[in-house]
Design a protein around this ligand. Structure first.
Ligand code: PLP
Length: 451
């Protein structure tokens, strides 16, 4: 390939990156990733980087699996594309839908395919509103979501999400409201995590009563807020949310785009946290990011009502794309054959959990939280008071992320929180490398703060 500097110049001149300030990119130049295998990335200068984020939380099975390349090649030759609109179908979409229904808990037996998590959440907005319309309650349109949640970047997904930067950027859909998130470290004050978790969940009940239950269609939440900083809720939170949804007959949507397909040590995060959703959003780990694919897994009741009415006017050209579906199916086959979900449980606890918790011995680290293979550490100048750094929020997190990257470790920062979500196939030896590089980066970050 071309020399790195030339690639960087072309990139800055012509390529608009998602969620990236163009001027900063032009000044620094993008790091150009050329190949990857397992948990390791290689850049255009030949550096080997350990990927603590599985790309964007998606490469669950690790990079570079030949089986997936072979399946994609075969599928392209056999049936490169056909749609699933109207009354046509094809083998990969049928087989994948059946496989997902087998893996999903409860009566989540029906899959509506999309090309991404954002598209799937847009589908969900339509599904729940259409459901209540057919049931004769068309005024039930409001969806309650959470601040700091992330549900995608389309207008629908971005409106469900609770990120003010995205809301400002193009406006909001009507009929979506947000309650506070269960982030004890930053917002819990003197309350215990358990009392705080309960109080945050009870905001759902307050919101339902305030808006009128006759107007509420659904509640949506990620079992663990991912892009919001891996906010693992107190143990009291989800049982209370579930109780409130049951009490008022509110549809519950679990956005499993990150937590699905093994991330938390079960096939779905809902199983880890005892959630019984009517709809799950899936994407990312479904194909381990080898192909763009997402979807909504829908319970019998909603599928029967929507299917019975026969006029759900919604779909994407690439809904159930045969190549993406074939690759996703092979990904799930490998995950089952190689017991990847069991591996997550084995390697996460106690092996990673001990080392992760020990990061709180570092002067900069307040809390360290982990569930399965997703974790976060809160950086703070004062662990006892859970204080924030002076100046811009996220400045220290950003500096720490830069040190990690310089030390050939991908760790993301969300404000002053550092997060990981490595490929699920990471080995104990690779965990050692990740932790060693994280310590080194934290030390350098601390030295920088003192300088
Ligand atoms: N939902 C959650 C929980 C996510 O984390 C993401 C992406 O990070 C999305 C939805 C959006 O998925 P996509 O980027 O595939 O549209």
């Amino acid at each position: 390939h071309m020399p790195t500097a030339e690639l960087q110049a072309l990139d800055a001149a012509h390529h608009m990156h998602p969620f990236t300030a163009g001027a900063e990119l032009a000044a620094k130049g993008a790091r150009i990733i050329t190949r990857a295998k397992g948990v390791w990335l290689t850049d255009s200068e030949g550096n080997r980087i350990i990927d603590g984020m599985a790309g964007l939380w998606c490469v669950n099975i690790g990079y570079g699996r030949k089986e997936l390349a072979d399946v994609a090649a075969r599928q392209i030759e056999e049936l490169s594309y056909y749609n699933t609109f109207f009354q046509t179908s094809h083998v990969p979409a049928i087989a994948l839908a059946a496989k997902i229904a087998e893996l999903a808990p409860g009566d989540l037996n029906h899959v509506f395919f999309a090309g991404s998590g954002s598209e799937a959440n847009d589908t969900n907005i339509r599904l729940v509103r259409r459901y209540w319309e057919i049931k004769g309650q068309p005024e039930k349109r409001v969806i309650i979501a959470r601040k700091n949640g992330y549900h995608g970047s389309t207008l629908g997904g971005g409106s469900l999400g609770g990120m003010s930067g995205i809301h400002k950027n193009g406006g909001m859909l009507a009929g979506i409201v947000h309650i506070d998130e269960p982030n004890w470290w930053d917002q819990g004050g003197d309350a215990t995590p358990e009392a705080f978790g309960l109080a945050r969940a009870q905001q759902l009940e307050q919101k339902i009563l305030e808006m009128g239950v006759e107007n509420i269609a659904a509640f949506i939440g990620e079992p663990v807020q991912g892009a919001g900083g891996v906010i693992i809720p107190p143990s009291t939170y989800w049982p209370e949310i579930q109780r409130i949804c049951d009490k008022y007959g509110i549809l519950l949507i679990a956005d499993e785009v990150i937590t699905g397909f093994g991330r938390t040590g079960n096939w779905f995060g809902s199983e880890t946290f005892g959630i019984r959703p009517h709809i799950m959003t899936i994407a990312k780990g479904l194909s381990s990011g080898y192909m763009p694919i997402g979807g909504s897994i829908v319970c019998d009741e909603i599928a029967n009502v929507i299917g019975g009415a026969g006029d759900f006017n919604h779909g994407y050209t690439y809904s159930g794309h045969p190549v993406a579906a074939a690759v996703a199916l092979e990904n799930l086959r490998i995950m089952q054959e190689e017991k990847v979900v069991e591996h997550v449980r084995d390697v996460a606890n106690p092996y990673l959990a001990k080392k992760w918790a020990a990061l709180t011995d570092h002067p900069l680290v307040g809390e360290a939280k982990l569930v399965g293979l997703m974790g976060s550490i809160a950086l703070t100048p004062n662990k006892a008071t859970r204080a924030r750094f002076a100046g811009d929020q996220g400045r220290v997190g950003y500096a720490c992320r830069e040190r990690c990257f310089a030390n050939n470790l991908v760790m993301r920062h969300v404000g002053d929180r550092m997060i990981i979500a490595p490929p699920l196939v990471i080995t104990p030896d690779e965990i050692d490398v990740l932790i060693e590089r994280a310590w080194k980066s934290l030390d350098e970050c601390l030295a920088g703060l003192k300088a």
